[in-house]
Design a protein around this ligand. Structure first.
Ligand SMILES: [Mg+2]
Length: 246
């Protein structure tokens, strides 16, 4: 495989990879659906009920955990012994009608050879609900969710090692699609090709996720950019994609 670090483009076509790995949220559906806004409110409500706080005070606690523990869930597990499955059931009980069915994406996924896998920091139930709404439930060979990772989320490197082991993924024959650049650092180190999917989400101001990172094209660990994942995959199927040199 050609490495862009040697100054050459890294080609991505349907014959170059056997494992197509997809993040779920804001990767397989457009970030404009803004499911995170709904989930964020659900987290605030959960904490308000748990700690008997006003919603406003609960939001402050939530953001504190997010910054101190990486995720709100980690903070709740460490500080209050919260059952993660109970928390995730509450947070993922949201209105998915904002996601439009995507037959164009279904067509591309079905046409790709090899295994298609979902690797998410959300729950398997959330995956099932979202891919049913998109109309792509029958397009995947496996799901690796936050429970499978022992509630240690991406970008923890060990979580990627566990994922690769579980599905016998050959990183040199794998490509990973993600909307968060930091979640592509480990895959690239392991030898995978990486695709950053455009995210235009409103991160509610203080959300630590990387807004606008899509345009930071100089990062070496990102080989390709996809403004639209369906169009990108159809491009891979048609004639391949070659990364642009930064
Ligand atoms: Mg995502």
């Amino acid at each position: 495989m050609v490495d862009r670090k040697n100054g050459e483009a890294r080609r991505l076509d349907q014959h170059s990879h056997d494992f197509w790995i997809f993040d779920l949220d804001n990767t397989l559906y457009p970030s404009e659906c803004n499911l995170f806004e709904q989930m964020d409110k659900k987290m605030g409500n959960f904490i308000a009920q748990l700690l008997d706080l006003t919603y406003e005070d609960a939001r402050k606690v939530q953001k504190g955990y997010l910054h101190a523990h990486g995720t709100t869930l980690n903070g709740l597990m460490k500080e209050h012994n919260v059952d993660p499955a109970h928390f995730l059931d509450h947070v993922h009980d949201i209105d998915l009608s904002v996601i439009a069915p995507d037959p164009h994406l279904a067509e591309a996924l079905k046409a790709l050879p090899g295994q298609k896998l979902i690797f998410t920091n959300g729950s398997e139930r959330h995956v099932e609900n979202v891919i049913a709404q998109l109309g792509i439930s029958d397009c995947f060979d496996g799901v690796f969710d936050i429970a499978a990772s022992g509630y240690v989320p991406k970008p923890n490197h060990e979580t990627y090692e566990n994922f690769v082991r579980k599905f016998n993924v050959d990183p040199e024959r794998a490509v990973m699609f993600e909307d968060m650049a930091r979640n592509l650092v480990s895959p690239e180190k392991m030898g995978m090709s990486t695709v950053l999917v455009a995210s235009h989400a409103d991160w509610l101001g203080d959300h630590p996720a990387e807004a606008s990172i899509f345009h930071h094209s100089s990062q070496d660990h990102i080989h390709h950019f996809a403004e639209d994942i369906s169009d990108f995959l159809h491009g891979v199927l048609a004639c391949g994609q070659i990364c642009e040199e930064s």
